[in-house]
Ligand binder design. Sequence first.
Ligand code: GLN
Length: 251
Amino acid sequence: MTGIGPGMGGPDLIIAHLYPDLLRTYGDRGNLITLVRRAEWRGFSVRVVGVTRDERIPARANLVLIGGGSDRLQAIVGPDLVARRPELEELTAHDAVIFGICGGYQLLGDFYVAADGRSMPGLGMLDITTGPGKGRIIGRVRAQATLYGDTFECVGFENHGGRTLLRTSSATPLASVPHGQGNNGADGTEGAVQGNVVGTYLHGPVLPATPAFADALLRRALAPRTKGAPLEPLNDRLEEEAHALARTLRR
Ligand code: GLN
């Protein structure tokens, strides 16, 4: 790899994986593996740091991953996560990307009211709110996404009771979906993006079979090293096969 040095002696990319012991529904860890491999295949050095309750996120982290989980697990991690707001704001001020899935996505918002009516404060880093609805939204999803100038189709699986509303135009939808799916089953939106904070309901995991999604996140997270230069293309034959297969699956 030319033109991209390790700079200041540290790894090119530090990924903080929050609560790997608790938030890990439906293969969310596969997102981490995809991000690591796609960066390494391009010659970047990567360090992964698992961070659970009461542990610090490395000050130079470039990408923070938060997986999904049940209401019970969200209530367990919630207070610890909310207390991290200054830490996380400091990171995004230095161009780090925060990526949350389902339960993690909900907790990036202002609050989450769980199925039993219990209200949990969120980080307030995405201008969204989530409350209960009638029944759960469960099933395979094909979503048309736009992220940081790239457009692509995401394939994933969703299972959530929470209905998410984007409150203002500060948060824009990540994707559009058919009625009955996505953020709330009603407005055809899926996920949200606000600057360097990105959330989605898609498990699966979503990134291995949607490599363009992984690359959009990586390009943004690596920007301090690459100045936002395009990432080298990879041979995505297997990923494309997985994507094509996933889009044929029904429930
Ligand atoms: N507990 C949340 C809900 O049901 C999130 C679930 C998840 O992460 N799959 O809405």
